[in-house]
Design a protein around this ligand. Sequence first.
Ligand SMILES: Nc1nc2c(c(=O)[nH]1)N[C@H]1C(S)=C(S)[C@@H](COP(=O)(O)OP(=O)(O)OC[C@H]3O[C@@H](n4cnc5c(N)ncnc54)[C@H](O)[C@@H]3O)O[C@H]1N2
Ligand code: MOO
Length: 402
Amino acid sequence: MSGLLPVDHALARMLEGAAPLAAETVPLAEAGGRVLAAPVKALRTQPPFDASAMDGYAVRAADVAHVPSRLTVIGDAPAGRRFAGAVGERQAVRIFTGAPVPEGADTIAIQENVKSLGGDVIEVLETVAAGRHIRRRGLDFTEGEVLLDAGRLLDAAALSLAASANHPSLPVVKQPLVAIIATGDELVPPGSTPAADQIIASNAYGVAAIARQSGARVLDLGIAPDRIEAISALLQQALDAGADVIVTLGGASVGDHDLVQAALVGFGMELGFWKIAMRPGKPLMSGRLGATRCIGLPGNPVASLVCSQLFLKPLLARLGGRQHDDQTVDAVLGAPMAANDQRQDYVRARVEHTAAGLLATPFDVQDSSMLRLLSDAGGLIVRAPFAPAVEAGAPCRLLRLR
Ligand SMILES: Nc1nc2c(c(=O)[nH]1)N[C@H]1C(S)=C(S)[C@@H](COP(=O)(O)OP(=O)(O)OC[C@H]3O[C@@H](n4cnc5c(N)ncnc54)[C@H](O)[C@@H]3O)O[C@H]1N2
Ligand code: MOO
């Protein structure tokens, strides 16, 4: 079994030249979860004026240095409408949170510490230092300041910040478009009545979920039967739709009906690599068709999803300008494991939190058709090629799945 590419070499090759896609401008209301393509500067200063942080009275600190202190209320300042005049000696302006502090006033007496004596006379009961309860102009940010860097994921705080800096729309990295094509005469979609020798096509759903989690848009083109013209017709649809990545499912191996690679080469695909030292996922294929990246995922359902975790995810992160963090963590084996062969193994395991840390217990059966075990697995124990036999309790690396 020579000629199998090590996993890390394959990943490095797949990521070669993968850079964030072009920018597009989207309305702020649709920018959540997207990645900024350029820095965002403040288009205004916030707050744009010295603002009261409390409901109460704008006063002069000198007038309330000795309390109780009687003052005359000369007007009011709700949020959105400043008091036009100035506060003079022994005067006050009724003020509300967010309103501009009137000229002449230098502090706010909160209303809990003020007694109304009827008419426009109040009595301030507590002294207040100058500047108290006043948010100075520009406290949050000043016009022209960079508030968000390129590459920032637009989360809740970033969106509200951009809005408060007066941006109605933002430049974001385009979302990669992933076209998914399943192949196989034996496949019918969920909800069908399969013929005796058919099975339900499942891979596209999991692969699409991984793609979407990675920030991509998905175009599921359905199932092509095992004929090169049928596969080519769906490939043409993917190209016409402007797919950045074409993912094929199945037909990647060496059987007489494994036609995906031939179909792609017919379109001019340059093969990057095919067959890697990994289990499951050996027949993984990668290539380029102009600017479009092609990934041929093995048909076995677990191989399809494990390869998507390991290869599709980081590729889409690159194209979408997103961070991709290594999701492997240290764990302890809950059962012994036999020596490994030349393929890097991704072993489905039950994962428990224990006092000693994460305990990963490999399932006894690892057939790459068995989705239920993948769904039950909290993670994949990563075993290097030729790793020696190990006992329960030995440290291991675990790729967390949930
Ligand atoms: N002589 C050899 N045979 C095989 C090899 C090999 O090296 N030499 N590799 C094995 C490995 S490893 C895998 S993985 C599979 C993958 O082969 P293909 O990518 O060509 O996949 P298919 O043959 O089309 O299908 C394999 C299996 O998966 C089912 N399948 C396919 N697509 C879907 C789908 N969308 N949803 C659900 N299930 C799907 C298909 O019915 C088959 O049962 O090849 C081994 N053989
Ligand atoms: O990818 Mo295959 O599932 O390695 O057995």
